[in-house]
Design a protein around this ligand. Structure first.
Ligand code: TRP
Length: 333
């Protein structure tokens, strides 16, 4: 049976762009019974960017609650990375198998160096931690630990999966066939949603609609979405309209056709905003209530993650033993 694995970084409450681009496809995939799936909250990775323990902890809860509320199949193995100490141990083993030159080529590290150079810092490595530098090795350990064949990721992560493959290949060459060589899978039709200002919805543009925004706030945000100055009654182009793009990411083909007809007939922007709000609110109110319930029940979420970790460790503990023996950590005599 094929194994699919992906990590979720803890960047706080997701927005509807994250939902459409990453959460929804993963939730659907998690229900596929013909593969074995592993999903985890990548909190070791989050530590790279965090020095605020309360925020890190809060983020873990928010992310876990969001994915569960969005419908992640509770039957798949869903765990918190830092509950699996074998990942850390494997990271060191892999670190010793990783060419430093390979890490020099990692995008995230190169971008950080480029920024230092652009700012004319004397030290090109200024403020770059070994965590950021070795990030791809930790990610390789995540993937190799569970013998993942397929790793669904965004485009920016393809390089990391390829590095995991390189590292696994090198290990297998030195110590014998031990690891499965993983492959990145990039979703083809993952829509990019426009944000409130029409640019791509992104935290860094501060133009997002949080996935579980309370009803009142959701309405307010939708009313703020940028439109042009066309009057009610004037025919409008759905394909340049952020309101339509967002609606389209949630609706059926039939509903899309009906709304396109209303654009042609000159629907007023105010009316379209109302339509969009009601449509989104209807779809999101169930998951939103579940999210709120989970945020008020951190013990419950903790339980889900702990059970996930137990199941994950049924694989990682014996496999790590094998890896230890393969590299020569053995009983003497
Ligand atoms: N680095 C990934 C991201 O930023 C998250 C991640 C961590 C991951 N470990 C992983 C993804 C292992 C796939 C497999 O999105």
């Amino acid at each position: 049976m094929e194994t699919v694995l992906t990590g979720i970084t803890t960047t706080g409450v997701p927005h509807i762009g994250n939902y459409v681009g990453a959460i929804r496809p993963t939730v659907i995939a998690s229900r596929d019974k013909s593969v074995k799936s592993y999903y985890f909250v990548a909190d070791y990775h989050s530590l790279i960017k965090s020095s605020d323990p309360d925020r890190l902890a809060r983020s873990t809860l928010e992310v876990a609650a969001s994915w569960l509320a969005a419908g992640l199949d509770p039957d798949c193995v869903f765990y918190r990375q830092s509950d699996i100490p074998e990942i850390m141990e494997l990271t060191w083993v892999l670190t010793c198998m990783t060419a430093k030159g390979l890490m020099n080529r990692a995008h995230a590290y190169k971008a950080a160096v480029a920024e230092n150079e652009a700012r004319r810092n004397r030290d090109p490595d200024k403020a770059i931690t070994m965590g950021l530098y070795s990030y791809p090795i930790l990610m390789a350990a995540d993937i190799l630990m569970f013998k993942a064949h397929k790793v669904p990721v965004g485009r920016d992560q393809i390089q990391h999966v390829e590095m995991a493959r390189d590292i696994a290949g090198r290990f297998n060459h030195h110590f014998g066939e031990t690891f499965v060589l993983p492959e990145a899978v990039v979703g083809e039709n993952t829509a990019v949603l426009p944000g409130l200002d029409g640019r791509k919805m992104s935290k860094s543009y501060a133009n997002t609609i949080p996935l579980f925004a309370p009803e009142k706030r959701l309405r307010k945000l939708i009313m703020r979405i940028k439109t042009n100055s066309q009057e009610p009654g004037e025919p409008k182009d759905p394909d340049t309209s952020a309101l339509y793009a967002i609606y389209r990411a949630f609706c059926t083909d039939g509903e899309a056709a009906a709304i396109r007809e209303r654009y042609r007939a000159g629907i007023a922007w105010g009316e379209m905003k109302k339509v969009l709000f009601e449509y989104l609110n209807d779809q999101l109110k169930g998951p939103r209530a579940e999210y709120e319930r989970l945020m008020d029940a951190p013990d419950y979420v903790e339980g889900v993650l702990c059970r996930g970790a137990e199941r994950a460790r049924e694989v990682s503990v014996p496999y790590m033993d094998e890896i230890r023996r393969a590299v020569g950590f053995r009983k003497l005599g």
